[in-house]
Ligand binder design. Structure first.
Ligand SMILES: C[S@@+](CC[C@H](N)C(=O)[O-])C[C@H]1O[C@@H](n2cnc3c(N)ncnc32)[C@H](O)[C@@H]1O
Length: 126
């Protein structure tokens, strides 16, 4: 559970596997609301899908998240963060992957693999 008070003091936060960026927006609004001042936390938010494959609603949400202060990336694989130019040399205070899931049903082995590879990649970025 992420408490917004933990993000004070310019903390670096990376969100991966975002779906429609609603969590990103809620978090940014909550930070702004709780501090009553400009957001000091650095929030980078990302989704697995490439921009061209997103619905217009998700694209709009991503744009809104940017106006609220997020840096938004598309097509980010949470299992290879340590190889990505943007993330490989960056250290984060928090890396959040809410409800990680590969999609579909009865793919528990693939979901386990997703988590295993995410934790492995994440280990290099904290
Ligand atoms: C159940 S949805 C949760 C979406 C969002 N995190 C939320 O809490 O609403 C699972 C998400 O995991 C993402 N995902 C699956 N494999 C991924 C991977 N290798 N890297 C990043 N995201 C991945 C999917 O694209 C999907 O958005």
């Amino acid at each position: 559970m992420l408490d917004v008070s933990q993000l004070e003091g310019g903390k670096q936060v990376l969100l991966v596997g975002e779906g429609n960026f609603s969590f990103t927006i809620s978090l940014l609004m909550k930070i702004a609301d709780s501090t009553k001042s400009p957001i000091s936390a650095k929030l980078i938010s990302s989704c697995f899908q490439k921009y061209r494959n997103l619905s217009n609603t998700v694209k709009e949400n991503a744009r809104f998240a940017c106006t609220l202060g997020a840096e938004v990336w598309f097509g980010i694989d949470a299992t290879s963060l340590h190889q990505h130019e943007r993330f490989k040399n960056e250290k984060f205070d928090f890396i959040v992957f809410n409800f990680p899931h590969v999609g579909g049903k009865m793919k528990i082995h693939l979901n386990r693999l997703l988590l295993k590879n995410f934790f492995r990649a994440k280990w290099n970025t904290i």
